[in-house]
Design a protein around this ligand. Structure first.
Ligand code: FES
Ligand SMILES: [Fe+2]
Length: 409
């Protein structure tokens, strides 16, 4: 394991405004510290409450090396647990989705309730107390239908994010939606390269002709479009409908509503809506997009007719899973009101183009010729924000002084 002072030296080595030194993008020890300091410590967005419609529905996934399960209990609450049996630690639910009346470990059949209590453990001595062996809980927060989890014992304060997101997201009706499609895209790139790519549109004009039809690719870091008159008109129109535009943010989150390109109503191949039954039924669905994102790993776009989630889960120093999900109104009928290939077309093309860019970035960064380069403050403001946030998070994790405090001093 790379020692603390080595990481500290590498963090100190980073020039402000520049990309990271090479080991941050491919070193197995730094990857292990990323999992500890970032993915085991921060809030993560994993999906939507409508994916767990009934008691016993669960979503199981692995964060770094930690299997977790998020499940709806009998009272209807969404709870989360470490997905490791309290007997000898076997993974209880396999990664994916499912429904179970009880959680039964496949190894020796210890059986847990949906609230995590141990209900049955065969062949144990008389003095064995099942109450001493419940599943270990993780933190779960559900905001207007979006599910966030945190594996830390003491998570970062969630309340300011909830206060900001809830009123802006609630009108989009995520609780009356359904999952129309999801997939996992495997990318042979470090998770930070995947996220850097996802935090800028500097590359969009040359690489995303399909996205560029509807998405304002020159958008600023605070999600404002260049045409002031149109931006003002959009803000007034949204205000008239009681929809807050923002932008608003905290150190690890951002929320803003923004207009699409002139005349475009959805992020779609021609800007026309893709779902006949809208999620947000205003102005024919012409509400632009509500973008909400959290460091370290996610962004979402809630449009008038559908919503899209992009969350990154690292699986190795040079391998990342992108979890992509699409929501539509629960009453929209597949084949009648929408079809999946059209619904996912724009973001699916974009995801695959971005995968190629991230993998190509990884190859170049791995070479002897790589030196950290300068981000464009105008076009890569959110990348800079992400990387600065990451460096501060890692400094806090290893107990090193903050670079910002050092700069001020
Ligand atoms: S490890 Fe789960 S029952 Fe033995
Ligand atoms: Fe992209």
């Amino acid at each position: 394991m790379r020692r603390r002072h080595e990481l500290c030296d590498l963090l100190d080595e980073r020039r402000p405004g520049y990309s990271l030194p090479q080991p941050f993008y491919n070193d197995p020890d730094i990857y292990a510290l990323d999992i500890e300091g970032v993915f085991n410590a921060c809030w993560l967005m994993i999906g939507f409450s409508v994916e767990l419609p009934k008691p016993g529905n669960y979503l199981a996934m692995t964060i770094g090396r930690t299997p977790v399960v998020v499940i709806r209990d009998r009272a209807g609450a969404i709870r989360g647990f470490f997905n490791s049996c309290r007997h000898r630690g076997a993974q209880i639910c396999q990664d994916g989705t499912g429904r179970a009346a009880k959680l039964v470990c496949p190894y020796h059949q210890w059986t847990y309730g949906l609230d995590g209590r141990l209900l049955h453990a065969g062949a144990m001595p008389e003095n064995f107390d099942a109450n001493d062996h419940p599943l270990r809980p993780i933190h779960v927060e559900v905001v207007a239908g979006a599910i966030y989890i945190c594996l830390a014992q003491t998570p970062p304060d969630f309340a300011p994010f909830r206060r900001a997101l809830e009123p802006m997201l609630a009108p989009h009706g995520f609780e009356n939606a359904k999952l129309a499609h999801q997939y996992v895209l495997v990318e042979k790139a470090n998770w930070k390269l995947v996220m850097e790519n996802g935090r800028e549109c500097y590359h969009c004009a040359a690489n995303h002709p399909e996205l560029g039809i509807s998405f304002p690719i020159g958008i600023s870091a605070n999600m404002s479009i260049e045409d002031d008159t149109r931006m003002r008109g959009y803000c007034q129109r949204m205000a008239a409908h009681g929809l807050e535009v923002g932008p608003t943010d905290g150190s690890w989150w951002q929320i803003a509503r923004f207009p699409l390109n002139e005349g475009m109503i959805s992020m779609s191949p021609d800007g026309a809506p893709l779902v006949k039954k809208p999620m947000l039924d205003l102005d024919g669905g012409d509400t632009g997009s509500l973008r909400f994102s959290i460091e370290p790993h996610n962004f979402c776009h809630a449009l008038g007719d559908y919503a899209f989630m992009f969350s990154v889960l690292p699986v190795g120093p040079e391998e990342t899973h992108v979890v992509a999900k699409w929501l539509v109104h629960e009453d929209a009928v597949e084949g009648v009101d929408y079809d999946v290939p059209s619904l996912i077309n724009t973001w699916d093309m974009t995801n695959r183009q971005d995968r190629d860019l991230a993998e190509n970035n990884q190859r170049g960064v791995n070479g002897l010729g790589y030196l950290p380069g300068p981000y464009s403050p105008k076009a890569e403001g959110l990348v800079l924000r992400f990387i600065d946030w990451y460096c501060e998070r890692m400094r806090a994790h290893i107990g090193a002084p903050s670079a910002r405090i050092a700069e001020v001093a």
